[in-house]
Design a protein around this ligand. Structure first.
Ligand code: CU
Length: 152
């Protein structure tokens, strides 16, 4: 818990440092709208579901074409997935990477790309704040605090 707090403080320090810069335009890899959707959560915030999905927008303001190549959390296994139409229905498939060309962005959202969190074993509940570390080929690792919600 203390580790999480320190990380959050560090992130805020970075954000403040960036906001104080002479140039307000965005740089690098920018993650927004990030949250973890926990399906079938009850009134107490817990869920019988063993999986959840992390959704977010990722915008690449760098000069480099990049790829999201993985994700990591300390409470489950994380995989990059996409929903596709197959055999007349929606199916999930695991991806090795998602392209994010320079000056473009991708959306991880319901019905499309997502980071699948597998094997929760009751480790998260609605209202929790969890760190999701995204792995990019060029931008490296970016850790983002995400709120666990019951909303897609
Ligand atoms: Cu999935």
């Amino acid at each position: 818990m203390k580790k999480l707090l320190l990380l959050a403080v560090a992130l805020i320090a970075i954000l403040v440092a960036c906001a104080g810069g002479e140039d307000a335009s965005k740089q690098g890899m920018v993650i927004s709208q990030a949250h973890i959707y926990l399906p079938a959560a009850g009134a107490d915030g817990t869920s019988a579901s063993d999986v959840a999905a992390a959704f977010m927008d990722i915008d690449n303001y760098s000069q480099n074409d990049d790829h999201l190549i993985g994700a990591r959390v300390d409470f489950a296994r994380a995989e990059i997935h996409e929903m596709i139409m197959a055999d007349g229905g929606m199916k999930m498939q695991k991806l090795d990477a998602i392209d994010i060309p320079a000056d473009s962005g991708i959306q991880l959202q319901a019905g499309g790309y997502h980071v699948m969190l597998i094997g929760l074993n009751g480790s998260i509940k609605v209202g929790d704040q969890k760190i999701v570390t995204l792995l990019f080929e060029k931008a490296g690792e970016i850790s983002v605090p995400m709120l666990v919600t019951a909303e897609e």
